[in-house]
Design a protein around this ligand. Structure first.
Ligand code: NAD
Length: 437
């Protein structure tokens, strides 16, 4: 299959490289010329484990190439994927579809022969109808089938997720696309990943319903964690106790500082807006969004409490800035709100993150970036683990105690057991472990 992938960010680049690895001929297109130039030089513009080797081997084999010009690859493609961003629209929280619609217009002018146009970006229900309308309006002769194929990969584990997905969802209203999509995903299908065909609107909604459910699950355990702290229970015990129930499942039951990242915050909000527009409000998700928003600043208050009620003039050392480990993605990371709230309270911030500091520097001000966890902790009044990178899982506490002004640890990811920390003379605060401080 000849595939054009429009948008070469986290999703487009990973999907393009994996599809090339399946044996398809893939051209990744992006309008960001610096990104494409870097890719042509063999440099990967994002951090995603294993992606450099996958891109290099497929580029070398001649199955994967990069360009800023959309028209050439689209005119030759059997399948065109749209994988551009759909951020929250400023002001109202609806998904901003301007990139998707812009690409649809460009595709319309370039397509030749029957072409399957696949929306991989996360888009509100009904967007496929509009993409189809735009293409037909721009080029009445275009022979296209517009398909929805949402992506479920997780940053940090993206290649494994793409190659071994729990399921592949394909939403189509034009039967001609079924064979093409089966061919695109044949290697996965042979591996017995279920290929779920449905209609286009159902497929679009599956993506939002899935993300909203996961965000709700995280928020549920976060609220249980708060309750555990009040009543002297342990949220990790609660999570294990309910997670072993097969109807509930153990995943996404880790209490923490609230969900962030490039998907959950914007997708929950977009679902809320879609539902309101259709007079069918999703109140559980409205509440999830509100609870999660408040949680991030509440985490800063936890740090303030650990410092005796005031951080003015104190130095807070923050370990981990990205919204989760193994990515450089800082979009909607809880660290942003937590650091802002601490700065509002008069704290000085030192920070270390293995991959996120470049992106963080564009989003935060007055932060001193350091070379590792120990450098970060130097002369600090409190150390806060915000993101559970492996590098923070076996900290040398005697060394930290020596370098810090006072041995105080706030562990927002429950990386440690309380006694592992307190026996080194640290005061220790974690999440939802009411019996220990
Ligand atoms: P991203 O911002 O990393 O990448 C989008 C890319 O599209 C950018 O490189 C941008 O330059 C490019 N682009 C924008 N307009 C273009 C145009 N007209 N022509 C060519 N390129 C253009 O975004 P992402 O994280 O890859 O997300 C893409 C979509 O996938 C979003 O809808 C997102 O919700 C969804 N998604 C993301 C993830 C994730 O973990 N990041 C997972 C599943 C789904």
């Amino acid at each position: 299959m000849r595939i054009a992938m429009i948008g070469s960010g986290y999703v487009g680049l990973v999907s393009g490289a994996c599809l090339a690895d399946f044996g398809h001929d893939v051209v990744c297109v992006d309008k960001a010329a610096d990104k494409i130039e870097a890719l042509k030089r063999g440099e990967i513009p994002i951090f995603e484990p294993g992606l450099d080797a996958l891109v290099a081997s497929n580029a070398k084999a001649g199955r994967l190439s990069f360009t800023t010009d959309l028209s050439g690859p689209v005119s030759e493609a059997d399948v065109v994927f749209i994988a551009v961003g759909t951020p929250s629209r400023r002001g109202d929280g609806h998904a901003d579809l301007s990139y998707v619609y812009g690409v649809a217009r460009e595709i319309a002018s370039a397509v030749k022969g029957f072409t399957v146009v696949v929306t991989k970006s996360t888009v509100p229900v009904g967007t496929g109808d509009e993409v189809e309308r735009i293409i037909r309006e721009t080029n009445p002769d275009a022979d296209v089938a517009v398909v929805s194929n949402p992506e479920f990969l997780r940053e940090g584990a993206a290649i494994g997720d793409f190659k071994r997905p729990d399921r592949i969802v394909v939403g189509l209203d034009d039967e001609r696309a079924r064979e093409t999509m089966t061919e695109v995903y044949r290697p996965l299908y042979l591996n017995q990943s279920p290929l779920l065909f449905t209609n286009r609107r159902t497929s679009e909604l599956i993506k939002y319903a899935g993300n909203a459910f996961l965000a709700m699950k995280i928020t549920f355990i976060n609220e249980m964690a708060d309750l555990c702290e009040r009543v002297g229970a342990d949220v990790q015990g609660v999570a294990r106790g309910i997670g072993l129930d097969g109807r509930i499942g153990s995943k996404f039951l880790h209490a923490g500082p609230g969900y962030g990242g490039s998907c959950f915050p914007k997708d929950t909000l977009a679902l809320v807006k879609t539902a309101q527009d259709h007079d069918s409000p999703v109140r559980l998700i409205e509440t999830t969004v509100a609870v999660n928003d408040q949680r991030k600043r509440a985490m800063a208050r936890k740090v303030v409490a650990a410092c005796g009620g005031d951080v003015r003039g104190k130095t807070v050392a923050v370990l981990g800035l990205t919204f989760k480990p193994n990515t450089d993605d800082m979009r909607e990371a809880p660290s942003l709100s937590i650091i802002q709230a601490l700065q509002d309270g008069g704290a000085r911030i030192r920070a270390y993150d293995p991959e996120g500091m470049n992106a963080a520097a564009d989003m935060l001000s007055d932060v001193t970036y350091t070379k590792d966890a120990y450098d970060c902790a130097a002369k600090a009044d409190v150390l806060v683990i915000v993101t559970e990178w492996d590098a923070f899982r076996a900290l040398d506490f005697p060394r930290l105690a020596e370098t810090m002004s006072s041995p105080v640890l706030v562990d927002l990811r429950n990386v440690y057991k309380p006694d592992e920390v307190t026996r080194h003379g640290f005061s220790y605060t974690s999440i939802g472990r009411g019996t220990t401080r």
